[in-house]
Design a protein around this ligand. Sequence first.
Ligand SMILES: Cc1cc2nc3c(=O)[nH]c(=O)nc-3n(C[C@H](O)[C@H](O)[C@H](O)COP(=O)(O)OP(=O)(O)OC[C@H]3O[C@@H](n4cnc5c(N)ncnc54)[C@H](O)[C@@H]3O)c2cc1C
Length: 457
Amino acid sequence: MIADAAPRPFWLDHPDAPAARPPLGGAVEADLVVVGGGLTGLWTALQAAEEGKRVVLLEGERIAYGASGRNGGFCAASLTHGIANGLARWPGEIDALERMGRENLDGIRATIARHGIECGWEDTGTIDVATAPHQVAWLERETEQLRRFGWDAELLDAEAMRAQVDSPTYLGGVWTPGAASLVDPARLSWGLARAAEASGAAIFESSPVTGLRTEGAGVRADTAGGSVRARHALLATSAFPPLVRAIGRYVVPVYDYVLVTEPLSEAQRDAIGWHGRQGLSDLANRFHYYRQTEDHRILWGGYDAIYDFGGRVAPERDQRPATFELLAEHFFATFPQLEGLGFTHRWGGAIDTCSRFSAMWGRTLGGRAAYVVGFTGLGVGASRFGARVGLDLLDGLDTERTRLEMVRRRPFPFPPEPARWAVIALTQRGLARADARAGRRGPWLRTLDRLGLGFDS
Ligand SMILES: Cc1cc2nc3c(=O)[nH]c(=O)nc-3n(C[C@H](O)[C@H](O)[C@H](O)COP(=O)(O)OP(=O)(O)OC[C@H]3O[C@@H](n4cnc5c(N)ncnc54)[C@H](O)[C@@H]3O)c2cc1C
């Protein structure tokens, strides 16, 4: 069943996919050169172009080639990978971060409306579901926390949960209607690229930047076919091999995998309910996330988070049959009513994981270049904020954003190999064991918790 699925991201397999833009040829001048054409780079290019800057964006492959064209399309307000993570790390500024997160999500909605971007936006909210008895108590805590920060959160018991979406594995849930929306991330990326161009930015695809250095009072980015001289550079290269060494200390590529089913018939849809079309995730450490597409398929991803020794990012890693098998098995355990449904797409993508699970910023080349990376699997919404902060930093602005401890401080770095692999493997084993032992965390995870370190996807 899975073998027949197309080995490529569902989102990129769309009739709206734009024609390839030509690569950079020759020498170009700009105020800002952006490296990376995912959502982070695109939000940077659009916001800078709207300010009147001359912007050039260089993408090594195609727009949305990376995580931005491969994700679940959950567009969350949270800038901190959830309130609990933000509260644990930045208790003094979580109120401001939550407010900025709301403003950011509103800003995304406003941009989509202003530029007429058709990207399947749905304000359905999300439901966190408990699928193991120990998770039911967590739901109450989560609901209370969400309400404390002003979110309208509805605690669902097993019956109420199954009235929303019917799975025999559900024991309860928390539905937060306003804290996240669903989107087709590739069409959002393509739309942002068009909007950036309409605002004056130039975008070149198939233009991997091979070197970045200072030149005169600015920077110079080189590609095989040309170069861009600019006052500033913003690096939005996520989990890909970094152009500056610092990124490699803080970010590791972790592969996450996704299946998409064929469209459900009306009878199949009735069998599972889910008329509210919310985005769903379970509460395990190794969690699944899933949602419906506009054409009534189910996208089902997560669980395995694979780090390979040396942190290689390569196209052959996009396919992992053992993980696809496991995902399919979990899918039918969740929705036995859908037995026999086929999968049409299977793919994987690299997540830019850092030890604090949320974006980090840094400056290099004497402050002429900045980088924004480390979204750890929750960057569809936060990338706009990340880009805004990156631009503030390059312009030397003193704003509420740049004063945030979250922005000024960096995460704890990962050790070099082979310790890197060993630490991650130990942590992953600990997380799997905690899932199997009613959530109880062993000594290794408790030590990491005390130090404020973690591993997630
Ligand atoms: C499977 C999966 C599921 C996810 N699900 C969700 C989700 O549901 N919700 C959520 O919020 N987040 C999710 N994420 C994370 C989310 O997709 C990203 O955080 C978000 O899209 C921002 O991505 P980005 O622009 O920083 O990186 P990317 O989209 O990876 O973009 C980086 C780009 O840089 C380019 N590049 C790299 N090096 C160079 C170079 N030297 N020269 C030129 N170009 C270069 C790459 O080709 C790539 O296009 C998921 C990620 C994955 C992989």
